[in-house]
Ligand binder design. Structure first.
Ligand SMILES: C[S@@+](CC[C@H](N)C(=O)[O-])C[C@H]1O[C@@H](n2cnc3c(N)ncnc32)[C@H](O)[C@@H]1O
Length: 299
């Protein structure tokens, strides 16, 4: 078992900076400030401008605060969900921003922290909340939803072929005792998938169910849709919205939203998917599934 969480390595930094086309006097909103990797690069390019960094995880904000110390005059960090970026901007008295960055999902640091229950490789409580001030956990879902609801989550958010069987086994097992840890859930998933299928699979059998539960616990797809909608309204004319997604459900939402704005004549241009270079993928395996999309608002 790993003892120290790995520091998060930002993906596609060159591509993000190019896409944001930073103005030294501009106002930028990083909705997923995380370890502050992208934010530090943005802040370094500002002169009179400002960077607003949000994260729903207070411990990520602490890491970002240390990383961004040298830019303290230009940076404001706020504990908030990016779906509420309009409220944050209102409170700061900012009407419009020149760029928005969303680097979706979880950081390596979060993934490597067993107590967060995000990794099927580490023993920990079945938590999965990105924002620890939220009440609902993955254990709540696993132990209270009925079989049909669990199947739907695994199917809709995990595209899991064995969704119904896994939900069935969960409901049977939890009658004996509640499923409280990541390892217990992994065992139940493994029991539900035929051994021959498991042997042939290129991914860990728990990958899709863990993704699905994380999306459900954190309401990730609705939050993304809302952040795009309110973010677009707060983008200044000519401003850029840059989103990095890591799976097809997120990417589909971003693609559809950008295309609709273009069709409506509200966007001047959209680009993507832009993929990381093979050098970056070799050096940072997490980058392999990254897709970057860019929208420029009409002037
Ligand atoms: C992939 S990491 C971002 C890494 C960051 N770009 C960097 O360079 O270090 C994603 C971060 O977004 C945060 N996050 C995910 N969903 C969020 C949401 N709806 N609102 C605010 N923060 C969110 C996570 O807590 C995590 O810290």
């Amino acid at each position: 078992m790993m003892s120290t969480p790995r520091p998060h390595q930002p993906v596609m930094v060159t591509e993000v900076l190019e896409a944001l086309a930073i103005r030294p006097d501009g106002i930028y909103l990083d909705g997923t400030v995380g370890g502050g990797g992208h934010a530090a690069e943005i802040a370094a390019r500002l002169e009179t401008g400002r960077l607003i960094g949000l994260d729903c995880d207070p411990s990520a904000l602490e890491v970002a605060r240390a990383r961004l110390e040298q830019f303290v005059e230009r940076v404001t960090l706020v504990h908030a969900n990016f779906a509420q970026l309009d409220r944050v901007l209102d409170e700061l008295g900012i009407a419009h921003v020149n760029g928005i960055l969303l680097d979706l999902g979880v950081s390596l640091t979060q993934l490597d922290t067993p107590q967060r229950g995000l990794s099927f490789r580490l023993e920990g409580p079945l938590d999965m909340r990105l924002d620890p001030t939220q009440e609902l956990t993955a254990a709540d879902l696993v132990n209270t939803l009925d079989e049909r609801e669990l199947t739907k989550i695994f199917r809709d958010y995990g595209e899991e072929r064995w969704a119904a069987r896994i939900a069935h086994t969960i409901v049977r097992e939890r009658r004996q005792h509640p499923i409280e840890t990541t390892t217990e859930l992994v065992r139940v998933i493994e029991q539900s998938i035929p051994a021959a299928v498991r042997r042939k699979s290129r991914i860990h059998p728990a990958t899709r169910v863990f993704q699905a539960l994380r999306i459900a616990v954190n309401d990730e797809l609705d939050n993304l849709q809302r952040a795009l909608t309110v973010g677009f309204e707060r983008l200044a004319p000519g401003g850029r919205c840059v989103v990095i997604s890591f799976h097809s459900l997120e990417d589909r939402i971003v693609k559809r939203f950008f295309r609709e704005r273009l069709k409506a004549g509200q966007a001047e241009q959209i680009r993507g998917p832009i993929r990381p270079s093979s050098e970056e993928c070799a050096q940072n395996p997490r980058a392999r599934s990254a897709k970057l999309r860019v929208l420029s608002k009409a002037p």
